[in-house]
Design a protein around this ligand. Structure first.
Ligand SMILES: [Mn+2]
Length: 426
């Protein structure tokens, strides 16, 4: 680890006076009860980092690697460990199979634990053909007309569950690229039925305390239809599968301007929201840094999450799967991930600040302006000193990106791994 705890303490000491001034001003505004309530929740709230997001992302046109990328699973775990040391908010890693197969599950689990990390949802891949793969997924996987292809995809998902069991993971995320690119290509009902049957076999292989997340996506790589295309279709699969099956919401997987906060609210109400993939987008599945384009939407989503989870008495930190699913075409991946975690926690903190009793009263009285005031007051309160205070109390850096830069940590990674190190993944 290129970062020692004394370096964090030293950095925080240098910046503590300035921080304290801002924090105390805010704490006085909010009152100590609200301040402490939000701080406690912020310290508990962890967001999983996907193993495929630690290298520089690319597009189908090209990839511009920045150097020092993790070359194997051990180095990916070290990178997430570094993020977690900087912010104490990234205490989990989400693995993708086959990009990151743990050959020795117990050793990998111990390595992760040495950084304070646990394993979040496992991710299967039937959207690519791997070298030496017997049958092709060109025309889909679980929806395929050929039963042998479907069996291959089912067995792959079961393998992923077994890898996850060895690591202590408790969930499987299935994202299918299945669909069709041209009208007439696919019988929608038969494709749905075949996919459901495949998911049922995977579901039957889940350990008792596991969940399966069915992720949906409106389009891409198929451009005419997608077999799990929206939250309604995912909900249909999850409902038919049973109580261990949930819908997973990836913020970038909707048609433009979809009301994601309403989707979240209803899924929570039906006890079918399982997890989240955070990112942001301007046009489609852009996989940009969370909160970089539409921070107000992110806040509105968290407003529904907090409200829905509190209504059902859920634990914010542990009852849903919180993951980032983003790519970073022109940024240092680690800086980008630190920014995403910060944006997610800021939206969460703002949602915790909303006066829910007053909001319900405004709604009951059809006082539309008051309802808007309540939401926007929370959104426009600068809670960054609260996030910094939560980090300080958790022995993380007051400013994670600031410390990362001050210590030239990317250069240290390049020195250790080389300029041409390339991570597996997107
Ligand atoms: Mn996703």
């Amino acid at each position: 680890m290129p970062l020692e705890s004394y370096q964090i303490a030293q950095y925080n000491q240098q910046h503590e006076v300035a921080h304290r001034r801002k924090f105390e001003f805010l704490a006085e505004e909010l009152g100590s009860e609200t301040t402490e309530r939000i701080l406690g929740k912020l310290i508990d709230f962890q967001i999983a980092i996907p193993s495929w997001a630690l290298g520089t992302g690319g597009t189908r046109f090209g990839r511009f690697a920045g150097g020092g990328e993790p070359r194997n699973l051990e180095e990916k775990i070290a990178d997430v460990g570094l993020l977690h040391a900087l912010n104490r908010s990234s205490g989990a890693i989400s693995l993708h199979i086959p990009w990151d197969i743990p050959t020795d599950g117990e050793a990998i689990k111990q390595l992760a634990a040495s950084y304070g990390l646990v394993f979040d949802a496992m991710n299967s891949n039937t959207f690519q053909d791997q070298p030496n793969q017997e049958l092709s997924y060109k025309f889909g996987s679980l929806q395929h007309t050929d039963a042998a292809v479907r069996t291959q995809a089912i067995n792959h998902n079961i393998d992923v569950i077994r890898y996850g069991e060895a690591l202590g993971s408790k969930s499987l995320t299935v994202w299918l690229s299945d669909g069709s690119s041209f009208p007439g290509q696919l019988n929608f009902r038969k494709a749905f039925q075949r996919t459901l049957e495949g998911l049922q076999e995977i579901y039957a292989a889940l350990p008792a305390d596991w969940k399966i997340f069915v992720e949906y996506k409106a389009f891409e790589p198929n451009f005419y239809s997608t077999t799990v295309g929206d939250w309604g279709q995912s909900f249909l699969y999850a409902s038919k599968l049973g109580p261990k099956a949930y819908t997973l919401v990836d913020l970038g997987h909707h048609l433009p301007n979809a009301n994601i906060e309403q989707i979240v609210s209803l899924l929570l109400m039906e006890e079918k929201l399982g997890g989240f993939h955070f990112n942001d987008s301007k046009y489609g599945d852009d996989d940009l840094t969370a909160g970089s384009i539409k921070p107000y939407q992110l806040f509105l989503i968290f407003n529904e999450l907090v409200d829905g989870m509190d209504t059902r008495g859920m634990n914010h930190a542990s009852d849903l799967g919180w993951m980032i699913d983003a790519s970073h075409n022109v940024k240092d991946p680690l800086e980008d991930l630190l920014q995403s975690v910060e944006a997610i926690k800021l939206a969460y903190a703002q949602a915790l600040l909303v006066d829910r009793l007053a909001l319900e009263e405004a709604r009951t009285n059809n006082d539309v302006a008051a309802a808007q005031e309540l939401l926007q007051n929370a959104f426009r309160t600068d809670l960054r000193p609260l996030l910094a205070e939560a980090r300080l109390r958790a022995d993380a850096a007051l400013n994670p990106v600031g410390l990362y830069r001050e210590l030239s940590l990317r250069n240290k990674l390049i020195e250790a791994r080389g300029l041409k190190a390339v991570a597996t993944g997107l």
